[in-house]
Write a protein that binds this ligand. Structure first.
Ligand code: OSB
Ligand code: MG
Length: 376
């Protein structure tokens, strides 16, 4: 049994080493909401991975605070769970808010792993300890600068390079990178910046042997991705569209994508992510672990998830130093020369959460207590 005694929210503010620009905006400072959960002397950690604004998907940090405080946390406080995989059913009454739910559920997975005295990746059913890493490169002012960054990350060993694209910053940019790096595993991510009327531009991307085009069309559009996929040689990968196993299987059955990006936050936590990677594996659909510019806590969960059998392509799971000067976990997450991360052997999340650093970075905090709730 896992008894949920108290839950703390810590909002931290962390400056990115380099601003990250996508078709939906630029991030220079990350607001990150952390969940700390207490259960009979054990502490579990999770991260709400939503960006500050609802420009990627519907969630935002301020909404997450409200939904967690008023609805999700009261549903869990005082509960005794058989396992972390019980959490989705307990929170099902709340529609959406997957990233908020995931932070709670994943913190409970951390506790369950500690109760069982095993690394998180083991209790999830991971089949490997070394996970393949790629990088996601934001839009840049000039192409020469982008070429330099690609060169640096390829020489750092990353196994796949993903370029952000946006209308007006697409074909020429991809062409320049492909010309200079004819052999690398290369993909692009539009973050929903196009519509089906731009089909000619999207078809022009077929000339560059891309591994995939990630989420070219609207964030909630599956049908038109199926139409687009039928007109493209390159595989479409869906990110924004996939919030659960039903979306994933519908997208695959409708041929709306040939690759799936699984993000723990976007699908509501480890339980749903496991279902999706299992479906992908059983249907021969390549899948990979996406990223949301996470702190070490979210990244540690991503590493654990990346050890599952159905995760078959390099993820957006990269080294700490690409994002943060100082992270909130230790040891610092780094890649091997082969462009991999080794999932830690230690119990639970596998990294030490640095409370002093969190305290220094905290802008807002609130504690919720089972005993106090029962008294009301
Ligand atoms: O679409 O994958 C995305 C970052 C924020 C929001 C959406 C996305 C991304 C990334 C960065 O591509 C992935 C990472 O390095 O964490
Ligand atoms: Mg994406």
């Amino acid at each position: 049994m896992i008894k949920i005694e108290s839950i703390r929210l810590h909002e931290v503010s962390m400056p990115l080493v380099t601003p990250f620009q996508t078709s939906f905006g630029t991030t220079t400072q990350r607001r990150i909401l952390l969940v700390e959960m207490q259960s009979e002397g054990l502490t579990g950690w999770g991260e709400v991975t939503t960006p500050e604004n609802p420009f990627y998907n519907p969630e935002s940090i301020d909404q997450a605070w409200v939904v967690l405080r008023d609805f999700l946390i009261p549903m869990l406080l005082g509960a005794s769970l058989r396992a972390a995989s019980d959490v989705p059913a307990l929170l099902a009454r709340v529609r959406g808010s997957e990233m908020s739910k995931a932070a709670l559920e994943n913190a409970i997975w951390d506790i369950e792993a500690q109760q069982k005295q095993k690394p998180l990746h083991q209790i999830l059913g991971g089949v490997r300890q070394e996970v393949a890493c790629g990088v996601s490169l934001g839009l840049r002012k000039d192409t020469a600068e982008l070429l330099d960054v690609v060169e640096r990350e390829v020489s750092n060993g990353y196994q796949r390079i993903k370029l952000k694209i946006s209308p007006g910053q697409d074909v020429e940019l991809v062409e320049a990178v492909r010309r200079k790096f004819p052999e690398i595993l290369l993909s692009v991510d539009a973050n929903s910046a196009y519509d089906i009327s731009q089909i000619d531009m999207l078809r022009a991307l077929d000339d560059f042997s891309l591994l995939m085009i990630e989420q070219p069309l609207q964030w909630d559009e599956i049908y038109l991705h199926a139409r687009l996929q039928s007109l493209l040689k390159t595989a479409i990968c869906l990110d924004e569209c996939i919030h659960n196993i039903r979306h994933a299987s519908a997208a695959v059955e409708l041929h709306a994508c040939r690759i799936i990006n699984i993000k723990l936050g976007r699908v509501g936590g480890h339980t749903e992510a496991r279902e999706i990677q299992k479906y992908a594996q059983e249907h021969g659909v390549p899948a990979w672990c996406g990223g949301m510019l996470e702190s070490g806590i979210g990244r540690a969960h991503n590493i654990a998830m990346s050890t599952l059998l159905g995760i078959t392509l390099p993820g957006d799971v990269s080294a700490r130093k690409r994002y943060w000067k100082e992270d909130i976990v230790e040891p610092a997450i780094d890649i091997t020369q082969r462009g991999t991360i080794i999932a830690p052997d230690t119990v639970g999340l596998g990294y030490t959460v640095c409370r002093d650093r969190i305290a220094k970075l905290t802008v807002s905090r609130q504690e919720f207590n089972a005993a106090a709730q029962a008294a009301v």
